[in-house]
Design a protein around this ligand. Structure first.
Ligand SMILES: [Zn+2]
Length: 177
């Protein structure tokens, strides 16, 4: 499922992590501040054990807090859950920074060498230095290695990196002003 673009970041993140069930629990938490799991159950119609599983997972990911309070009617303790909406923004930013880091490493790798390949889908790409040592013969199928044009891959990586950089930095600027 894909939440609407104008959906609260907290709800979006929940949906990204766990889909429909997380989405419903997150929405219920925003609709009712400090809801108990039973209140969420009656708001969503979901089973309480599923709701608890979702809540504990979100708690573990520091996306919600739980306050232990005594239920005066029943006489026992229950947890009241609250969305940490500022954490949701951080969560998204951290994910983006991780992706950015991966993309940059991949780009560095692609830029580190020329690559050679035999044309056989099951065989790996070989870096130039290794290809020389192998006399341009594929170590897997013994086919001859030809140079791979990875300029499209590099372009795509650069494009994606720019895109995420722009998102991350433009947000930092808004926060600094
Ligand atoms: Zn091969």
């Amino acid at each position: 499922m894909r939440p609407a673009d104008n959906e609260d970041p907290f709800v979006k993140i929940a949906a990204l992590i766990g889909g429909e069930e997380y989405y419903k629990v997150a929405r219920a938490l925003l609709n009712t501040e400090d809801a108990t799991d039973e209140e969420i159950a009656s708001a969503t119609g979901m089973r309480i054990n599923i709701i608890r599983k979702v809540l504990y997972d979100m708690f573990g990911k520091a996306l919600i807090t739980g306050i232990r309070v005594k239920d005066e009617k029943k006489g026992w303790f229950v947890y009241r859950w609250r969305a940490k909406r500022d954490q949701a923004e951080n969560f998204i930013d951290n994910q983006k920074k991780k992706i950015l880091d991966r993309l940059q490493k991949r780009l560095e790798y692609e830029e580190s060498s020329e690559f050679y390949h035999c044309g056989n889908n099951e065989c790996p790409r070989i870096k130039f230095d290794t290809a020389v040592e192998l006399f341009f013969k594929c170590p897997n199928c013994k086919g001859s290695l030809g140079m791979v044009d990875n300029s499209k891959v590099k372009d795509a990586l650069r494009y994606k990196i720019d895109e995420i950089m722009l998102e991350v930095t433009s947000k930092d600027q808004i926060q600094n002003n």
